[in-house]
Write a protein that binds this ligand. Structure first.
Ligand code: NDP
Length: 257
């Protein structure tokens, strides 16, 4: 975990892996300066657990409305976070929000296709772009050599289903063609962004959380959210410049694109 207080933003933080990340980051012994827990409906019933957490840790947690599929919403969130951030910028941006339409080529509606691409690819791309000035501010304030989430980093939560080697093993079980396409594109976004932002000193990596028991992963999955997030946070907080542009699982193992 980080050795100095850092500022973190997580999308889709109201349930599943995003909420578990907020919980574990708050429990960790290392201090967090500011944690922006983003969700698309902060006042709705799906955000109740997050509201309770935020109330308990009001000095650190701010709930921010952010719909990843809506550029105007992303821009409003950027303004709000920019105004609330302490000097030092945004150290760690975690693009976690996603949707999983399950159909194959012949059963996926155009609406599901659009929803997966808007939320899972265009969302993270727009979010990285809009939050870039705050990430750059963190690099300037950090003034250290090397790359890490203590300085400035983007972590895109991707999925093994988006990797080419996964097809043979998993397609019959779960076609999810729009989701696979979106995560494959998110992986390419990770590579492009890591290449482009290297000169800014901003690390960009993709993570696969494992197959996890959440609403998305279903109760049939291999592991629980606690195990996945413990692993992912260990990986995130140990990333350095050699990891920029890589795709790792929650145990830190490299996954083929
Ligand atoms: P969940 O379905 O449990 O949670 C998804 C989260 O994304 C919710 O907070 C949801 O908010 C949010 N979200 C969906 N659409 C939007 C949007 N347009 N704007 C903002 N937030 C949105 O999924 P998980 O927690 O399991 O998944 C988290 C990440 O991990 C995803 O990127 C997923 O692809 C990835 N992953 C998960 C695996 C698993 O087995 N669970 C396996 C591989 C990858 P709301 O409540 O408003 O719907």
């Amino acid at each position: 975990m980080a050795s100095q207080p850092i500022s973190i933003l997580i999308t889709g933080a109201n349930r599943g892996l995003g909420l578990e990340m907020v919980e574990q980051i708050l429990q960790a012994s290392q201090p967090v300066k500011q944690l922006f827990a983003c969700c698309r409906d902060p006042d709705g019933p799906q955000a109740e657990a997050l509201r309770t957490l935020a109330k308990k840790h009001a000095d650190v947690v701010s709930i921010v409305r952010l719909d990843a599929s809506d550029l105007r919403s992303i821009r409003r969130a950027t303004q709000r976070v920019g105004a609330a951030l302490p000097p030092g910028g945004l150290n760690l941006l975690i693009n976690n929000a996603a949707v999983l339409p399950r159909g194959g080529l012949q059963t996926t509606s155009p609406e599901d296709m659009q929803s997966a691409l808007h939320t899972n690819v265009l969302g993270p791309a727009n979010i990285i772009k809009e939050f870039l000035p705050l990430l750059r501010a963190a690099v300037r304030a950090g003034g250290r050599a090397g790359m890490s989430c203590r300085q400035a980093a983007v972590v895109n939560i991707s999925a093994f289903l988006g990797s080419f080697p996964s097809i043979e093993e998993t397609y019959d079980f779960l076609p999810a063609i729009s989701y696979r396409m979106s995560k494959a594109a998110l992986n390419m976004l990770t590579l492009c962004a890591s290449t482009e932002l290297k000169r800014d000193g901003i690390l960009v990596a993709a993570l696969h959380p494992g197959w996890v028991r959440t609403d998305m992963g279903t109760q049939e999955a291999d592991i629980d959210a606690r195990e996945s997030v413990e692993g992912m946070l260990d990986v995130v907080f140990s990333l350095n410049e050699k990891d920029t542009g890589t795709f790792l699982n929650y145990k830190g193992k490299v996954i083929g694109w």
